[in-house]
Design a protein around this ligand. Structure first.
Ligand code: ZN
Length: 297
């Protein structure tokens, strides 16, 4: 098994790793790097046409945004994803296409991409050529995965973006029985200076400031990433409102968040057990996302 990094090594963004055996060539992730300009993985054109498959760890643009470019450049293989990654990926990639209008992406490429997704469940054994792959929950956003590769002689784990503790939405990464000869691990925020206050301290400070603003008759605007963070913040607001720690007020959402929330509701089975139980038992946690939050437009 050989590894080649075409992006995401020594930088944040455009994650893209080639895994190849004698007979099989597969990419783990195909991201773009967003900034003043959009940077792509540095993959040779002839390699793109010879790839067998792509496995996408999760639906953030730095892991999935390069797919339309690859299909427009001659990639003809399958893209393996979990169901939430497919649904959220479509939302974020469409938004990326609308905003950036990349000149190298063709209508034919986009249409071929839509036909090439293969949806997998966590822990399924997926055979491509002479290798076997699987997705394992990574606790980062709904549907996010670590990816394993095994060629019979060597086993690799790629962590993708991961989170070990549970959040309001998700269980932490499933690290039971993980073993490998090689581990590729995400290390953004892994530096010795990356020490953050605990979640309860951050949430407490945020809610204190929200309460003060509401009581003073003000309005609160919270900018947030649409996939993952926005849902966490909404659940946090709902918990604080239910427990009476902040006053109950209407919450309005705008942008991609409405679509992302709908996808979370449809995929609650992939969320934390506690959230599933509360949803099934009629608690208003996810109902809230439908009823009390309204698009601002
Ligand atoms: Zn991510």
């Amino acid at each position: 098994m050989k590894l080649t990094f075409y992006g995401g090594a020594g930088e944040v963004g455009r994650s893209c790793i080639l895994i190849n055996s004698d007979k099989t060539r597969v990419l783990f992730d195909a991201g773009v790097k967003l900034g003043r300009t959009i940077e792509h993985p540095k993959i040779p054109a002839e390699l793109i046409r010879s790839l067998d498959a792509i496995f996408v760890s999760h639906a953030h643009l730095d892991h999935i945004g390069y797919l339309p470019h690859l299909f427009s450049a001659g990639f003809k293989g399958s893209v393996y994803v979990t169901k939430p990654t497919l649904e959220l990926g479509n939302v974020v990639v469409n938004d990326y296409m609308r905003i950036s209008e990349p000149k190298d992406v063709t209508k034919e490429g986009l249409s071929l991409m839509q036909k090439s997704f293969k949806v997998c469940e966590f822990k399924d054994e997926i055979k491509v050529g002479d290798m076997t792959f699987s997705f394992i929950p990574s606790g980062h956003i709904v549907g996010s995965s670590m990816i394993t590769a095994d060629d019979g002689k060597h086993r690799l784990i790629y962590s993708g973006d991961f989170f070990l503790s549970h959040t309001k939405l998700l269980e932490g990464a499933d690290t039971r029985n993980l073993h490998a000869n090689t581990l590729i691990i995400e290390s953004t925020y892994g530096g010795k200076d990356n020490i953050f206050p605990s979640e309860s301290v951050i949430a407490g400070n945020m809610m204190k400031s929200i309460k003060e603003t509401i009581l003073a008759g003000g309005k609160i605007i919270i900018p947030s990433f649409a996939v993952g963070r926005a849902e966490e913040i909404l659940l946090l607001l709902d918990d604080y409102m239910n427990s009476g720690l902040i006053p109950k007020v209407d919450i309005y959402v705008d942008g991609m968040i409405s679509k992302a929330m709908r996808i979370h509701r449809h995929n609650v089975i992939y969320c934390r057990k506690e959230l599933q139980r509360r949803t099934l038992s009629g608690a208003r946690i996810l109902r809230m996302l439908r009823e009390r939050t309204r698009g601002a437009r």
